[in-house]
Design a protein around this ligand. Structure first.
Ligand SMILES: [Mg+2]
Length: 349
C-alpha cells in the first residue's frame, strides 16, 4: 500500500532533502491573497489585515493515530489536512494556509510520499487552502505527520467554547458514530487477515462508515450556511473525540450544564446496523466513538426557527442548563444517565 500503482520505487536518498522538498511541494499554487509568500523562503508571509488569525496544530503518529496496513496514503494526506481545517471551522473561521511537518523512515519511497502529498493537495484544492511551507526529516519509527493550520475570521465572528448560556439549544451537524464503526470494520478485517492471509477483506456494504473513517470532510458548508442564515453560534467545537467528550468541553468552558436527548442523536442507518453487528448500542457509538469531525454548537433559542429551516443536516439534540458541569443523557423512556467523557484519549490506551 505504500507504493503507487506503476510499481516504480525511488529511494529517498536518491533525491536528498532538497530534491524531496522540491518534488513534494510542486503543484501547490497559492490561492489566497493573504498568502504573500509560500514555500521557498525561511518562513511563509501571511497578511491577515484587520482580521483575527487562528492557529491550530495536529500531530499524527503511525501506529498510534493511523495503521498503514489499511490506510491508503492519499486518504491519510487528505484526512491529516482536513482534520486541521475542521478546527478552524470550529472557531467559525476560514482556513487559509497549512505548513506540513513530516518525519519519514526509508521504509517509504518517494512515490509513497507523492501519494501522501497528492491527498494533501486534494484537500487544499477542495477547501481553498494554501500549503505554504514545512519541514521533512528522517524518522526511526514510522511516519509522523504534523500539520499546522492558519485561518482567519473577522473579530466579531470568532466563536469560542465558552459562550454557551443556560437555555441555549445544542445542535450538531451530520450524523455521528460512523467513523468509529469504520475503524472497527478495518480492525476486524486486519485481524482476520493476520489470522488467515488468504482471506479477502469483507468490506462490501460498509462504504459509508469506511469513508467516514478514512476520508472525512470538514463542515465548511455548515459554517457558511449558518453565516448566510445570520446565526452566530454562542459556542462551538468540532467532534474529534466523541459527542460526550465534546459536550463536556462546552459545559466546562461555558460554566453550564446540558440535557441531551438520546433519540435526537443523528445516526446513519449503516452506522446503526454496523454498531448492532458489533453489539454496541448505536447511540453509544456516537457518544464515545471519535473522529466524526462534525460541528457541535449552541445557539440562542431565538434562532430556533431559523435553524429548523436551515438544513435537515443540522439536528437540535438538547439544551443547556444552569447546572454547572452536569451533562445528562435523557433516554427515550425518560431515564437520566450522567454523561461521561470517555473519548479517544491516546494517553489512556
Ligand atoms: Mg477541535
Amino acid at each position: 500500500m505504500e507504493d503507487n500503482n506503476n510499481n516504480t520505487r525511488t529511494e529517498l536518498d536518491e533525491l536528498g532533502e532538497f530534491g524531496l522538498i522540491d518534488q513534494i511541494t510542486q503543484d501547490f499554487p497559492l490561492r489566497n491573497p493573504s498568502s504573500l509568500k509560500g514555500v521557498g523562503d525561511d518562513a511563509a508571509v501571511i497578511d491577515h489585515g484587520g482580521e483575527r488569525t487562528l492557529v491550530s496544530v495536529d500531530l499524527l503518529l503511525e501506529g498510534v493515530h493511523f495503521d498503514m496496513t489499511y490506510t491508503p496514503l492519499k486518504h491519510l494526506g487528505y484526512k491529516a489536512a482536513v482534520v486541521n481545517f475542521s478546527d478552524i471551522y470550529a472557531m467559525n473561521g476560514t482556513p487559509t494556509q497549512i505548513v506540513v511537518g513530516l518525519g519519514v523512515s526509508n521504509r517509504y519511497s518517494v512515490e509513497a510520499l507523492d501519494e501522501l502529498y497528492a491527498g494533501i493537495r486534494m484537500a487544499c484544492e477542495a477547501y481553498h487552502v494554501d500549503m505554504v511551507g514545512g519541514d521533512t526529516t528522517s524518522s526511526r519509527s514510522g511516519l509522523v505527520i504534523s500539520i499546522t493550520v492558519i485561518g482567519k475570521a473577522p473579530q466579531e465572528d470568532v466563536v469560542f467554547r465558552n459562550g454557551a448560556k443556560p437555555n441555549d439549544l445544542l445542535c450538531v451537524s451530520g450524523d455521528l458514530g460512523g467513523a468509529y464503526m469504520g475503524l472497527l470494520i478495518l480492525q476486524r478485517e486486519k485481524a482476520e487477515f493476520l489470522a488467515n492471509p488468504q482471506m479477502q477483506p469483507q468490506l462490501a456494504g460498509f462504504d459509508y462508515v469506511l469513508r467516514r473513517q478514512l476520508r472525512p470532510e470538514a463542515r465548511k458548508d455548515v459554517v457558511e450556511l449558518l453565516k448566510q442564515a445570520g446565526i452566530k453560534p454562542t459556542s462551538m467545537i468540532d467532534i474529534s473525540d466523541g459527542l460526550a467528550s465534546e459536550i463536556m468541553h462546552l459545559c466546562k468552558e461555558s460554566g453550564v450544564g446540558c440535557q441531551l436527548y438520546e433519540e435526537r442523536i443523528p445516526l446513519d442507518p449503516i452506522t446503526a446496523k454496523t454498531a448492532k453487528d458489533f453489539q454496541i448500542v448505536p447511540s453509544v457509538a456516537a457518544l464515545n466513538g471519535g473522529e466524526d469531525y462534525e460541528l457541535l454548537f449552541t445557539i440562542d433559542q431565538k434562532d430556533y426557527e431559523k435553524i429548523q429551516q436551515l438544513s435537515s443536516d443540522v439536528s437540535v439534540i438538547g439544551y443547556m442548563t444552569p447546572e454547572k458541569g452536569i451533562a445528562e443523557l435523557i433516554t427515550p423512556d425518560n431515564h437520566v444517565i450522567p454523561l461521561k467523557a470517555q473519548g479517544f484519549n491516546h494517553f489512556k490506551r
